[in-house]
Write a protein that binds this ligand. Structure first.
Ligand code: ZN
Length: 304
């Protein structure tokens, strides 16, 4: 018999999950409940078929489809409870969840009302030992004015639980310089900034300045991003540069990104890291770095 990839000790260590999109975390059963709320009958099999893609554009299609059913604050409450149960089962005690506020605004929703419902839905889980923090995300392709609206809505929500502001979406759509004033405003509002850098040439800089890389292996595989990066037809998990980054001294944050849509869990991502050749103590160090690189002050990251 082959030994399990992941020791029980690593699997059950309390963990932080820092790169997680609420809208990408809706498990098939919850999707069915969600569509039913809006009069559409869906089967879990159908959801699984939609949750299979060959490339990034196909993934975006599925993302648009599932989020088209997020119409009312109660819809957000429903998916947040589902996610919270899932995270507890993964031994997650602290999470920073990214919300696509840009999409809410595009759909003429009031982010404040959705956020209020999210806080109410997640409150019972805080007492069960799972701490929630939130990242307000603007979609780059909607432009700088729309992104500014996201910053303003974070202000209106007026909650200490909102810790950061990010710009996700299509990286090639609008150049970063155009968002300068948006980032300035976000900083004035006390929001920290989250951006993803993933260029091997920056390895020394990242190591020197202790800038963490957020790595989501299943996402890198399922969107074809790793193969593209390596300029290969196909890539396997063993080709992932995570081990190289870590041993170069770059802090690593291991995350699931869109766990339901990429058919992964945080435990599975640690197993992926083990497949890449990481040793037990390196896995434990990554667990620790998840807490070190959270946006909240150190005193707030683990339950009292
Ligand atoms: Zn992401």
């Amino acid at each position: 018999m082959t030994p399990p990839l992941l020791s029980n000790r690593i699997a059950t260590l309390p963990k932080a999950e820092l790169h997680l999109h609420l809208e990408g975390s809706i498990q098939p059963a919850t999707v069915c409940a969600l569509t039913a709320r809006h009069g559409v009958v869906t089967t879990e099999d159908e959801v699984r078929r939609r949750y299979a893609y060959r490339d990034f554009p196909e993934f975006i299609e599925a993302f648009k489809w599932v989020t088209s059913f997020l119409r009312e604050p109660q819809d957000y409450a429903l998916i947040a409870s589902g996610l919270a149960e899932h995270l507890l089962a993964q031994h997650v005690v602290y999470t920073e969840i990214t919300l696509s506020i840009g999409v809410m605004l595009l759909r003429k929703q009031q982010p404040e009302r959705n956020f209020e419902a999210l806080l109410r839905a997640t409150e019972p889980f805080e007492t069960r030992g799972l701490r929630f923090r939130w990242v307000f995300d603007a979609a780059r392709q909607f432009g700088a004015d729309a992104a500014m609206e996201v910053v303003e809505s974070a202000k209106r929500c007026n909650s200490k639980a909102i810790v950061a502001f990010g710009i996700g979406g299509d990286e090639l759509s609008v150049p970063t310089e155009e968002f300068r004033r948006v980032y300035d405003r976000a900083a004035q509002r006390g929001l920290l900034l989250r951006s993803a850098i993933n260029d091997p040439e920056l390895m020394d800089l990242l190591a020197e300045r202790r800038i963490p890389l957020e790595i989501c292996p299943a996402s890198n595989m399922k969107t074809g991003a790793l193969a593209r990066q390596l300029q290969r037809e196909k890539a396997t998990i063993e080709d992932h540069p995570l081990l190289k980054f870590l041993r170069h001294g770059i802090p690593i944050v291991l995350s699931t990104d869109d766990p339901a849509m990429f058919h992964t869990t945080l435990t599975e991502e640690y197993a992926n890291a083990a497949r890449m050749g990481l040793q037990e103590k390196e896995l434990a160090r990554i667990v620790e770095m998840g807490f070190q690189h959270a946006f909240s002050p150190a005193s707030e990251r683990r339950g009292a």
